[in-house]
Design a protein around this ligand. Structure first.
Ligand code: FES
Length: 152
């Protein structure tokens, strides 16, 4: 029982490439949480945290805050990196929210968006913006007045 728990603890704490290499999967990337500093992407990165309130598992965003002007127009999007999410204005009454962690290997800061598709520049994989047909993680969101609420 103790050995089993130690193995489980190791698997929880070791980074994925190390664990995968134990099972014969090649290591393509060094251990990383995906939080590197390469911000040379086309995405808009906002680190201003003064305009939201973190309430347990939901995030409220003041859409009047100029930090969110990128999503004021339909089709506008941004990488709200402070909360780890991509925001996409679908209509006057809908803003979709996605995890900004790429489904492929977790890169979070090399996104671009075009023709209803998000593309991660790390390895150029593309993902539909349709939450009913994508491997991206979609969060529920709602707009009330000028407040966007995203439930994580
Ligand atoms: S991490 Fe490989 S495409 Fe995003």
């Amino acid at each position: 029982m103790k050995i089993k728990n130690k193995r489980r603890e190791f698997l929880k704490t070791a980074c994925a490439p190390v664990v995968f290499s134990m099972f014969g999967v090649s290591i393509l990337e060094a251990c990383s949480s995906g939080d590197d500093d390469d911000y040379g992407s086309k995405s808009t990165v906002v680190n201003n945290s003064s305009s939201y309130q973190n309430q347990q598992r939901s995030v409220s965003i003041d859409l009047n805050d100029s930090s969110f002007s990128a999503i004021s127009e339909i089709g506008g999007w941004m990488n709200y990196s402070a909360e780890g999410m991509l925001l996409l204005r679908i209509s006057e009454s809908e803003i979709r929210a996605y995890s900004n962690s790429c489904p492929h290997q977790g890169a979070n800061n090399q996104w671009s968006y075009n023709n209803s598709v998000f593309t991660c520049g790390r390895h150029n994989n593309s993902f539909s913006d349709d939450c009913s047909n994508t491997t991206m993680t979609c969060y529920s969101s709602s707009i009330d007045g000028n407040t966007l609420t995203v439930t994580l």
